[in-house]
Design a protein around this ligand. Structure first.
Ligand SMILES: [Zn+2]
Ligand SMILES: [Zn+2]
Length: 247
């Protein structure tokens, strides 16, 4: 799995056909994006969906498979109403590729379901706590699993998933704002280092790897300094563009 962060927008390439979120991925993936078949969206905010528009458009004549968007029902409704609405961008779910398949399709995520992928990995969603409907994902293979949180304010769901699933060895969580901006974090339902470490205290002794992403660029130095001060026993790593995350 490769972490992609071109201009501050996070996405995760699970395998050549499956991507979690689509915020600025084309610069990194280029023609490799032609192989993408499913994008597992966490939520409808622009930094997580912006390149959906361009994945289907950029290499349209080279695509032979429908690009399927898997997402929460509300996310799909938002994409249909506000993005692929023939005003902001064409409704690619009605535009056929050269082989007659539609360029885009939607499928509502079943939160209870574990979806097997052709690569042997599996993916399952869980509900996060954000200003819009939002899901995180657990990606697993055999007895190993990684949890990827969506943008979130509360970490209760993340803690619950980890308590239920001892295969999770790595936790990827956002940390958008510095501590001094906790009021904005609260209204926009994001995390600061205080909220992050406060929310996962009960997991501290488990020896999990903690990867942090979604740090707002302009506060990066300040946030990383705050993380270092607060990390306690946590094995913390700040994700960088292009990094591979081992399952
Ligand atoms: Zn968001
Ligand atoms: Zn975001």
């Amino acid at each position: 799995m490769q972490y992609i962060r071109e201009v501050g927008h996070s996405s995760f390439l699970i395998d050549e056909k499956n991507l979690i979120d689509a915020g600025d991925v084309l610069g990194t993936l280029g023609e490799k994006s032609i192989a993408l078949e499913t994008v597992w969206i966490t939520h409808s905010h622009l930094d997580h969906i912006v390149d959906l528009a361009f994945i289907v458009d950029e290499y349209f004549d080279k695509r032979s498979k429908t690009l399927k968007i898997m997402a929460h029902k509300e996310t799909i409704e938002a994409l249909k109403a506000h993005v692929f609405n023939n005003v902001i961008w064409p409704d690619f779910s009605t535009i056929p590729l050269s082989n007659g398949e539609m360029a885009l399709s939607y499928e509502v995520l079943d939160i209870e379901k574990t979806y097997p992928l052709e690569s042997g990995k599996e993916i399952k969603a869980f509900i996060c706590d954000h200003t819009v409907a939002s899901v995180g994902y657990i990606v697993s293979q055999e007895d190993k699993a990684i949890l990827i949180s969506s943008d979130t304010y509360s970490l209760e769901a993340v803690v619950g998933c980890i308590e239920e699933n001892s295969n999770i060895h790595t936790l990827i969580v956002e940390c958008s704002f510095p501590v001094r901006m906790d009021a904005l974090a609260k209204v926009s339902k994001h995390l600061t280092p205080d909220l992050l470490f406060g929310g996962i205290t009960s997991l501290e002794s488990r020896g999990l790897k903690l990867y942090i992403n979604h740090i707002k660029r302009s506060y990066e130095t300040e946030i990383i300094k705050e993380i270092r001060v607060r990390k306690g026993q946590w094995n913390v790593h700040i994700l960088e563009e292009g990094e591979t995350i081992d399952l």
